[in-house]
Design a protein around this ligand. Sequence first.
Ligand code: GLU
Length: 325
Amino acid sequence: MIVPALPERGAGRFAPTPTGDLHLGNARTALLAWLAAEAAGLRQILRVEDLEPAAIPPGCLSGQYADLDWLGLRYDEDPRRGGPAGPYRQSERFGAYDAVLRALDALGLLYPCWCSRREVRDAARAPHASDEGPVYAGTCKPAHAVPLGDLGALPRRRGRVPALRLDAHAALDRLALAEVTFEDAIAGPQRFDVRGTMGDFVVRRRDGVAAYQIACAWDDAAMGCTQVLRGADLLPSTARQVLLLRLLDRPLPTYAHVGLVTGPDGTRLAKRDGAQSLRSLRERGHDATEVRALLASMSGLPATGDLRELTAAFDLGRLSPAPAA
Ligand code: GLU
């Protein structure tokens, strides 16, 4: 696994998935991540998380760039400008993810899984599901995991190409950890019983593409991200990413998970809620300063849209992990 030579200064990042227009919730995360990095004097990175490039709706990527430009957020490194840690689109980084998977395999922590989604659900012992679905019952788990070697040549079973799972139990044993813990700058101390509530999670999907957990954890490390500010819905993902970074012997960034933005009815905003999209706000004649001021004030920051003033006044301690309407 090759980490490029990077500037000593750490980085903050915004890492959207191009599935639709950015809405007020995404915009708030983008703004807060930008302010946090700016206030700490970090490089600003925009990373496009397009592990499924074929699923990007037409015009989505250029629309997201236009939204961020309009919001006034400038990045030092992004897919358009490039930079020392590039490429900045995950669809162009698959080789790096393969190397990460080989490194985990060399530790004897991966095993192939031929189960369908339905089989995983039916075999699950507990009805409770984590953010990634039911805890895997271990149907395909070998008694003793050994390195698989050529990850490109795993056998099919019942005509199926396998996914790859991380043996979370063996991973925790290797690190002599009972649970995954980390300190969150907004949400406070976190503990996750990965064995009991998450189980062996998928690190490479059946289509051969690395799972989001691998791509995101690795990119944060390889891009020198020292600060990760994102939505509180990703806290359980962070537990998996912390586990992966520890296995890969990489430093952890400072994590800060901010409460989600909800609509007036209390449900979380989705990209399909067109009325809340930046594009529609822009088209209805709102200006960016006004939108920044709204996002700042709903986050407990001073109600100004001036980026310089917001940077000067920025304080992670004022942000809340609770949802904001
Ligand atoms: N790409 C993810 C999303 O849009 C965010 C990942 C992250 O910030 O780590 O939900």
